[in-house]
Each structure stands twice: as structure tokens, then as C-alpha cells.
Design a protein around this ligand. Structure first.
Ligand code: ATP
Ligand code: MG
Ligand code: MG
Ligand code: MG
Length: 476
């Protein structure tokens, strides 16, 4: 079943259960300063869950464009390393606004997966929030899932998993306990069942999360009960497609085949020779062109702050992966064409804005190609010394002079098993800011106009790069 059919089967199934099909909202949330990018289907319904907004329906279903490259849900570091994470993906969801609750939600999910998508029942596992006996009993008694495949998360697994089955959109907003459905890709793949210490493999893949929205978390951490218990679910289209197309990795599904081939040709046309079709770098590029194109389509351009900086980071990361494969001139922007062919029918903005998106990405790419070679030389030099940690000064110089976002430097280092001194980077940035300030003061004291580099600090965003051990990424 092609991804497009999976998308429409999902929406039609929920339509037949009384849900209104609602279009995806943009990846850039209109009026929610707490959110960098749309990270889940429920975002556009936040106020409906909170009771501030009324809709003419109490049941909805969507296929939502999502980006997880910053904030609470950040998968940038996972792309290229796991079979299941993208920065941009489509989330299929069904929503109940004070209408049905746990029993119907779980029953709908089971019916769709096993009767319509015909997934073998014995390959499915469910998790529930540790104290949620109600959801546990529904799985056991209503659905008939054997107890061995129902896992309570949070009861004996320590802090690491304790909060996994309590879903939160961000630090604030609607949240609640959840029940997740996993698919077992079989013993050929490494990894343990959900909740086990070996879960971090890719064997048991989480495909669908059913969140029982019951609370609104406010800034002080207080949980306020929502006016009515509701349901919010999310299933990754690409993950379900992998299951239904009998492949293990999301990157092997129909949506990615042509895009990966286009990425390979583009890199080769830009100087790469005999690029290995299986290279993880091609996956990163194919993933990132989706994130970048959709972000530009929704009105963001690369820049040094906030969303624009996240876009810049994703684009430059992709460009660096192309560079690694041998590209020596801009190639990334040419992929917008292949993407529009692949996804333009479902998302017409890609066709409509194709030229503009291409131009915006091309300009960014031309800019980065001016400094990438020199920056890479410096980084390679530092790596050649055999150090296991790249010092903060070097990382800062790469950032400041060569336009290497910290996570890009960390990405290169990670490939060599080297980490970056994030605290040292922070300190170097702080020092530079202070120097700029005193220089400005000195000039002003002398009655001179300040003509130095403007290094206004526009606030930062803490994005923890677990693997790279980078403490913070500043948006400057
Ligand atoms: P994971 O534990 O695999 O990172 P998650 O628990 O963070 O997933 P949820 O927040 O529960 O994911 O999102 C709902 C669903 O969206 C997931 O069950 C999965 O199918 C899909 N999904 C989440 N993150 C991604 C991603 N980065 N790329 C592709 N699909 C994703
Ligand atoms: Mg996740
Ligand atoms: Mg999860
Ligand atoms: Mg989840």
C-alpha cells in the first residue's frame, strides 16, 4: 500500500466513525509562542482541548505536517542514526473533544490496524501509563491482547521511562497519560520490547500513540483538569508505511525511494563520485530537504534567530552531508523539484511555491559553500590531533567565522566518536559578547559611532544533543 493510500485509508476510516477531516495546519504555528514548530496533530486543536475554542464538530481527523527539530520534541540528532526518526514527518491523528474516551479510542485503533490495514495481531504490543488500570483492562479484556504484550511503563523502569507514557506537547499545554502501540519487526533487528532496558533498538517500533488528554500544565508546573477528558492520537505515516510495505526502515518506503535517488544524483552532479546508495548521509539529505522545503513554504527563511536559525541549521547540516559525499557546489536546492513531484499532490504548496523555495535554499547554500571548505579544513585539523573532545574555542570559531552551527560541528565529531565541549563553546560566545559590548562602550565614550560587528544576543534555546554531549545551542 502506497503512503498516499495509507493516508487516505486512515482519514476515511475515521470519517466513517463520525470524524470531520480537517486539513493540516502549517508547520509554523500561527499564534503559539510556546512552540517552535508544529510537533503534533493536536497543536492546531490546543485551544479546543483547553475549552477556549469551539468547533462545529467533536471528532476530527487529520494528516498533519510535523517538524521535530527543536524544543521539547527534537529528533534532529536521531536522523541518519535510527530507522524511524525524521525531522519532518506526517502524523495521522484522530481527536475527540470531550466526546469518546479510552475505550473507543483503543477500539478504533485496533480495528483500523488489524481489520483494515491487516496487521498480524501477534506482532502488536501495547503500553499503558503505569497507573492506568482502565486502559490496561481495555487492552486485556475488550481487545483481548495477551497480558505478556501489554506493558505498564513507569512502574519499575526508573526515571528514564517514568514519563514516557505521559505525553506533553511542551512544557505547558494540554497533556495526559497515553497508551502506545508498537510493532515487532522481528528477531532480525536488534532491540528489546517496550519498557525493557534494550528498548533503544529498532526492533519494536512505536507506531501509534493514543493520548488521553486530561490536564493543562501551566508554567508553574501545576496540572489543571481539562473541562472534558478528550483524546488525541498520532501515528507516523512513514512508520506505518514501513510496516505495510514490509521494510524495516522508514527510508525504504515509497515516499523516499525517488527522493534518495534524486539526492544521490544531485550530489554526484556536484562532484561526488560513485556515491554509495546506502549512505546514511543520503538519508539525512532526503529527510532535511523535506523539513527545509516545508518550512520555507510556510514562510520561514534561513536566518540567525529562532525558527530561521533552526532552518539554517537543518539546511547546513544537509549541505555538510553532501560535502562529505564529495559535493563541491550547491546541490541541495535542486531536490525541491523531486520533492514537489513526490509530495506535491498531497501538499500543493510545494508545487505552487517551488521556485521560491528553490531560490531561498539556493541562496543559503551558496552562502555556506563560501565557507564550508575552509571550516572543514580547520575541523579536520582539530580532529587529526587525536583529541577526544573538540575545544569550545575551535567550535566557536567555526560557528562565528565559518557559519558552522554547533550541532553541525557536533555531528561531524560524532561520526569520529569525538565530543564537543559545549560549556567551552558557551564561554567563548559569552566572552565575545562582552568584548563587543566594551568595544561599543569605549567608542561611544569617545563620541565615535560604533562600527564593529554587531553581535546582539537574541536569546537562546536549549536543545540538548544527547549523543553529542553538547549542552546548549545558542540562537545568535
Ligand atoms: P519515539 O519514541 O519513537 O521518538 P515519540 O514517542 O517521541 O516517538 P509521539 O510524540 O508519541 O512520538 O508521536 C506520535 C507518533 O508520531 C509516534 O508514535 C510515531 O509514529 C510518530 N513519530 C514521532 N516522532 C517521529 C519522527 N521524528 N519521525 C517520524 N515519525 C515520528
Ligand atoms: Mg521521540
Ligand atoms: Mg516514544
Ligand atoms: Mg510516543
Amino acid at each position: 500500500m502506497k503512503a498516499s493510500e495509507i493516508r487516505s485509508t486512515f482519514l476515511k476510516f475515521f470519517e466513517s466513525k463520525g470524524h470531520t477531516i480537517v486539513p493540516s495546519s502549517p508547520v509554523v504555528p500561527g499564534d503559539d509562542p510556546t512552540l517552535l514548530f508544529t510537533n503534533a496533530g493536536m497543536n492546531q486543536f490546543k485551544d479546543v482541548f483547553l475549552g477556549f475554542d469551539k468547533r462545529p464538530y467533536t471528532r476530527a481527523t487529520t494528516s498533519q505536517k510535523c517538524i521535530r527539530a527543536g524544543g521539547k520534541h527534537n529528533d534532529l540528532e536521531n536522523v541518519g542514526y535510527t530507522a524511524r526518526h525524521h525531522t519532518f514527518f506526517e502524523m495521522l491523528g484522530n481527536f475527540s473533544f470531550g466526546d469518546y474516551f479510552k475505550k473507543d479510542a483503543i477500539s478504533f485503533a485496533w480495528e483500523l490496524l488489524t481489520e483494515h490495514f491487516k496487521l498480524p495481531k501477534d506482532k502488536l504490543w501495547a503500553t499503558v501509563y503505569a497507573e492506568d488500570d482502565e486502559a490496561y483492562d481495555i487492552w486485556l479484556k475488550v481487545i483481548g491482547l495477551p497480558a505478556e504484550r501489554i506493558v505498564r511503563i513507569g512502574d519499575n523502569k526508573g526515571a528514564r521511562y517514568a514519563s514516557d507514557n505521559f505525553w506533553m506537547m511542551g512544557d505547558t499545554g494540554p497533556c495526559g497519560p497515553c497508551s502506545e502501540i508498537f510493532y515487532d519487526h522481528g528477531p532480525d533487528v536488534a532491540g528489546g520490547p517496550p519498557g525493557s532496558p534494550e528498548q533503544d533498538g529498532d526492533r519494536y517500533i512505536e507506531i501509534w500513540n493514543n493520548v488521553f488528554m486530561q490536564f493543562n500544565r501551566t508554567e508553574d508546573g501545576t496540572m489543571h483538569r481539562l473541562p472534558k477528558p478528550s483524546v488525541d492520537t498520532g501515528m507516523g505515516l512513514e512508520r506505518l508505511a514501513a510496516v505495510l510495505q514490509h521494510v524495516h526502515s522508514n527510508y525504504e518506503i515509497d515516499l523516499f525511494v525517488n527522493l534518495l535517488a534524486a539526492a544521490r544524483s544531485a550530489v554526484e552532479a556536484a562532484g561526488g563520485q560513485d556515491v554509495d546508495a546506502e549512505s546514511p548521509s543520503l538519508k539525512v539529505i532526503a529527510d532535511h530537504i523535506r523539513a527545509c522545503a516545508f518550512t520555507v513554504a510556510d514562510g520561514i527563511i534561513p536566518g540567525n534567530e529562532g525558527r530561521g536559525y533552526v532552518l539554517r541549521r537543518i539546511a547546513r547540516r544537509a549541505i555538510r552531508h553532501g560535502y562529505k559525499l564529495g559535493a563541491r557546489k550547491p546541490f541541495f536546492h535542486t531536490l525541491v523539484e523531486a520533492l514537489a513531484v513526490e509530495m506535491g499532490e498531497a501538499y500543493p504548496e510545494l508545487r505552487r511555491d517551488k521556485l521560491r523555495i528553490t531560490e531561498v535554499l539556493k541562496a543559503e547554500e551558496e552562502r555556506f559553500f563560501q565557507t564550508i571548505a575552509h571550516g572543514m579544513e580547520i575541523l579536520e585539523g582539530a580532529l587529526a590531533s587525536g583529541a577526544t573532545v573538540i575545544d569550545g574555542e575551535t567550535a566557536f570559531k567555526l560557528h562565528d567565522t565559518f557559519g558552522f552551527p554547533l550541532d553541525l560541528t557536533a555531528d561531524v565529531c560524532r561520526e569520529r566518536g569525538v565530543t564537543v565541549d559545549g560549556a567551552g563553546f558557551d564561554a567563548a560566545m559569552q566572552r565575545q559578547r562582552e568584548q563587543a559590548r566594551s568595544k561599543a562602550k569605549f567608542k561611544m565614550a569617545q563620541g565615535l559611532a560604533y562600527d564593529g560587528e554587531a553581535t546582539t544576543f537574541h536569546g537562546y534555546e536549549h536543545l540538548v544533543c544527547e549523543h553529542a554531549k553538547v549542552s546548549a545551542i545558542y540562537v545568535d
